[in-house]
Design a protein around this ligand. Structure first.
Ligand code: NAP
Length: 312
């Protein structure tokens, strides 16, 4: 039998894209009797009050976690260690402490030493997002059919893991459990490296813009604009991801560089067969992603195209 997804009091520390989406989804699904939240700045806290999604907005992290049965840190990876230290003395015994950080090894390293033995630490990463951030960017449907990866340290109470799993599943996520190291290696290739490539290519194009003037922007539909969406992601979040997942990203970058060299050689030698074989293989990967429901089959990501009027 699956666990009950409901919690009495949920505390969300940070109310941006992810915190705001959890609040909206949890409210919609009735997953908490009470949701209390806080954010670093007065401006964000005032906006969260205006939005009227949560039951209580408080000024400090310590107040937020008081009596909470589930605490989720929805803040940049680099801020999680200091916040864990700050909230540790105020945590309710038996509470589940979690996060949503995109890197897991560094989260366990930075948070676990501060947490009392009386709480259950179950780190999590919802593999879902957009390039937007801030309190207005969240939406209740963000996690539907997306993975949420839990990385509980060895020996974590299985009931606590099952309870958090049920909470994420009730928000529409598919949940998997793995070790932090494995998570970081998988995400390095599926998320972190693609972001690094997007940041690089958009930066390079920006330098070239001097030569091409506004043509990079004008002709961006040739593929470039799909990179610009990823490269518009939050700078703080992604700075922290690369600092925190250094080893795995460097390992994947090494493999990537070798593969790039192979394609470079094929182009230089005019080896059409090598290029064709490679592109055939990658096209099949796209089909696989669509088949398992991780993206739409619509051409050009389902973008609307204008309509041509039929000439009389
Ligand atoms: P966001 O929209 O920028 O919101 C971040 C929140 O954290 C804000 O409420 C902000 O408060 C607060 N915050 C920022 N720096 C802080 C600090 N030093 N101490 C305490 N609070 C701080 O970010 P997000 O996209 O929700 O990302 C939050 C976490 O989710 C990150 O760890 C990220 O790795 C993870 N994640 C993101 C995505 C994604 O696509 N965006 C996907 C999966 C997981 P103020 O508004 O007051 O500054």
């Amino acid at each position: 039998m699956s666990a009950n997804p409901h919690f009495q009091r949920v505390a969300l520390i940070g109310f941006g894209l992810i915190g705001g989406s959890i609040a909206r989804a949890a409210k919609l699904q009735g997953l908490a009797s009470e949701i209390v939240t806080t954010a670093r700045s007065e401006k964000t806290r005032a906006r969260v009050i205006e939005l009227g999604i949560v039951d209580q907005v408080v000024a400090t992290n310590a107040e937020a976690v008081k009596d909470a049965d589930l605490v989720i840190l929805c803040i940049p990876v680099g801020a999680c260690g200091p916040v864990a230290q700050e909230i540790a003395p105020h945590l309710k015994p038996g509470a589940i402490i979690s996060d949503v950080g995109s890197v897991k090894g560094a989260i366990v390293r930075d948070m676990a030493p501060h947490l009392p033995k009386t709480v259950h630490f179950v780190p999590a990463h919802p593999v879902a997002g957009t390039e937007h951030s801030g309190p207005d960017s969240g939406f209740a449907e963000l996690f539907i059919n997306r993975w949420c990866i839990l990385t509980p340290p060895e020996g974590t109470d299985t009931e606590a893991v099952a309870h958090l799993r049920a909470f994420w599943a009730a928000m529409g996520a598919k949940v998997e459990v793995m070790t932090p190291d494995h998570h970081d290696l998988v995400l390095a290739i599926t998320s972190h490296l693609p972001h690094l490539i997007a940041y690089t290519i958009v930066g390079t194009a920006d330098e070239l813009a001097q030569v091409t003037e506004s043509e990079v922007i004008k002709f961006s539909a040739g593929g470039f604009r799909d990179f610009t969406r990823i490269a518009a992601s939050d700078p703080t979040m992604w700075r922290d991801v690369f600092l925190a997942n250094k080893e795995a990203v460097l390992e994947m970058l090494g493999t990537f560089t070798e593969d790039l060299a192979k394609l470079t050689r094929a182009i230089r030698r005019g080896d059409g067969e090598a290029l064709f074989d490679h592109f055939t293989r990658t096209r099949a990967i796209r089909r696989g992603i669509v088949e398992i429901g991780q993206d739409s089959a619509a051409a050009d990501f389902g973008r609307q195209h204008g309509q041509l009027e039929k000439k009389p």
